[in-house]
Ligand binder design. Structure first.
Ligand code: SAM
Ligand code: SF4
Length: 352
């Protein structure tokens, strides 16, 4: 009997995209591929961290499978982060596999956030896999200060990584966490340096994620917290900042620096003004899906993934159910009265 053409149409129709209860379509997945890191940045980790046991961590094949399912469900942009994504063994295998999704046109953007320590080794391979942009975290241009902030980092290696990435044709964006009394005398220098290098620059406000100093994470962050409104006002004294309508669906707002032509971003996660357009969810290396960076609610994708090695149906159902729970917004607070972190997990778990 001839096959009913309707059945073929149904089989070829991609599953419906992910839309949350507030009519936000999920287009962006950030994946923390490891919680480990070769740095111990003071605002991110304590020096003495306990990392996840290896058995709990998804294999690269499992991460690849989840990412591909998300792409089938309409995700167009994927960012690998961590911890430090480039310390995960064999990570280029995953980048290469996801790069095929870029080549096929299913994925529009495959990017990476890195501390730059291993970029000199991997930049050429990343570019060859289809990565076109990388975000590199750099809070200072002074080697001694870099050591004080990252505890274990090597400034020279990061600079070499940045140079190699640029030479490989990758667009580099610098992320800088604004820290009161630590790097607040360098913001003009960073804008000037990024202008010379042709890099965009984004300043980030310190977020209350995870215990960093053994006191519950409260006091150190209150001391370090610097509102970006202050940073912007200071920068406006020397640079001509023109409003830009560039949007990523995230907490960043952008201006253009007229003197350098580069974009300058301000990530102010403590204000609620970005949640209405939030298009992203975050996957940890254990297969836990966080629907909001600033909330504890999460969904377990590892169980449906491992129980059904040959059937993506249960995984898709679990993702859809999770998206119905995406909250309207977050509840970050940094205050002098509150000493515990608003969210107990570290940024390196969920991925920044
Ligand atoms: N290791 C990579 C790196 O440093 O770029 C990727 C992961 S890191 C968690 C991602 C970003 O989060 C970095 O730009 C880092 O500066 C930022 N970050 C970490 N902890 C933070 C915190 N408590 N508040 C604000 N930003 C933070
Ligand atoms: Fe590592 Fe990035 Fe956290 Fe620094 S910010 S400790 S480099 S994960």
């Amino acid at each position: 009997m001839p096959r009913d053409p309707l059945l073929d149409t149904i089989a070829q129709t991609p599953p419906a995209t992910l839309v949350d209860p507030f009519q936000r379509t999920i287009r962006y997945l950030r994946v923390s591929v490891t919680d480990r890191c070769d740095f111990r940045c003071v605002y991110c980790m304590s020096e003495d961290m306990t990392f996840l046991p290896k058995a709990e961590i998804l294999t690269l094949e499992e991460l690849d499978r989840i990412c591909r399912v998300f792409v089938r469900l309409g995700v167009e942009k994927l960012r690998l982060t961590g911890g430090e994504p480039l310390v995960r063994r064999n990570i280029l295998w995953l980048v290469e596999s996801l790069g095929q999704q870029v080549q096929s046109g299913a994925l529009h953007d495959l990017t990476l956030t890195t501390n730059g320590s291993r970029l000199a080794i991997h930049a050429d391979a990343l570019a060859a896999c289809g990565v076109r942009r990388v975000n590199v975290s750099l809070d200072t241009l002074r080697p001694d200060r870099f050591k004080a902030i990252t505890r274990w980092g090597d400034y020279g290696k990061v600079m070499e990584g940045v140079r190699t990435a640029k030479a490989a044709g990758l667009a580099v964006k610098i992320n800088c966490v604004a820290l009161k009394g630590v790097n607040d005398d360098e913001f003009h220098d960073l804008v000037a340096w990024c202008g010379e290098q042709g890099f965009d620059l984004t300043f980030i406000e310190v977020m209350p994620l995870g215990d960093i100093d053994g006191d519950g994470g409260g006091q150190a962050r209150v001391d370090q917290f610097l509102p970006l409104s202050v940073v912007r006002a200071e920068l406006a004294k020397r640079w001509t900042l023109t409003e830009s309508d560039h949007r990523t669906g995230g907490p960043a707002r952008y201006v253009t620096v007229a003197e350098t032509g580069q974009r300058l971003g301000f990530i102010t996660p403590l204000t609620h003004n970005f949640c209405e357009s939030c298009n992203r969810v975050r996957l940890t290396c254990t297969g836990t899906l966080f629907m909001c960076l600033g909330q504890e609610d999460a969904a377990d994708l590892r169980t449906p993934l491992r129980r059904n090695p040959n059937d993506d149906g249960p995984l898709i159902d679990a993702i859809r159910e999770a998206i119905t729970r995406k909250p309207k917004g977050h509840d970050f607070v940094i205050s002098r009265r509150r000493r515990d972190p608003a969210v107990s997990r570290h940024m390196s778990v969920t991925g920044g």
